[in-house]
Ligand binder design. Sequence first.
Ligand code: PEP
Length: 251
Amino acid sequence: MRRKVIAGNWKMNKTPTETKAFVEELKAVASGKDNCDIVICVPFVDLQAALEGTKGTKIKVGAQNVHFAPSGAYTGEVSAAMLVDLGVEYVVIGHSERRQYFGETDETVNARVKAALEAGLKVILCIGELEKERDQGITAEILGKQTKVDLLGVTAEQMKNVIIAYEPVWAIGTGKTATNEQADEACGIVRDVVASLYGKDVADKAIVQYGGSMNAKNAADLLKCENVDGGLIGGASLKAPDFGVIIDAAQ
Ligand code: PEP
């Protein structure tokens, strides 16, 4: 049995002050819910507050991006070593909003994934097809290419620290959720690609999340799907009671 991972992606929301208050609420709703892993991926400036607030709890903290170079002339960027030094455990890489608005490609995603893993971070790697790609019937090809290129050079041992979040781009922040069948099928396709790269044992253990308008109402059904090992949740992770319902559903 794979353990489910429920991760919130706050995007560009919440100040450090709001983070402190939110974490207190989240601790109350997450208390005693020990049958899944809980992660909050917050803006860089909120990391310290999130880490301090969650100390001694099972709630883990992640960043939403990381640079691929160890240090140097990259104004405005943050390295993997900086995140590790702060106590951050997870990092989201390749989110579709970064691909769409910030020129992220599979090649830069791959470089970030390798830098993060080498520094000891756990990676939540986001992949997913555009609506027009689904309409063209090429979802499997897109997921295959993204998985293969984004993981180039990642070893089977390092795969223990990789979560893949299948996030159909058309479902992110749109309120349009994939059906349970679409989510299960796509997560299964990703697992098959992982099997082709690393073998069945690694694929059977790999955590493949679904992300895209998962919320308090639809989470229970999505999380029942055989190939869906948790969720990457944007909007619905910003309200502790809603996030709490999703955590409950993963129990
Ligand atoms: C996300 O940001 O990864 C996401 C899935 O957003 P939302 O849940 O708001 O669609």
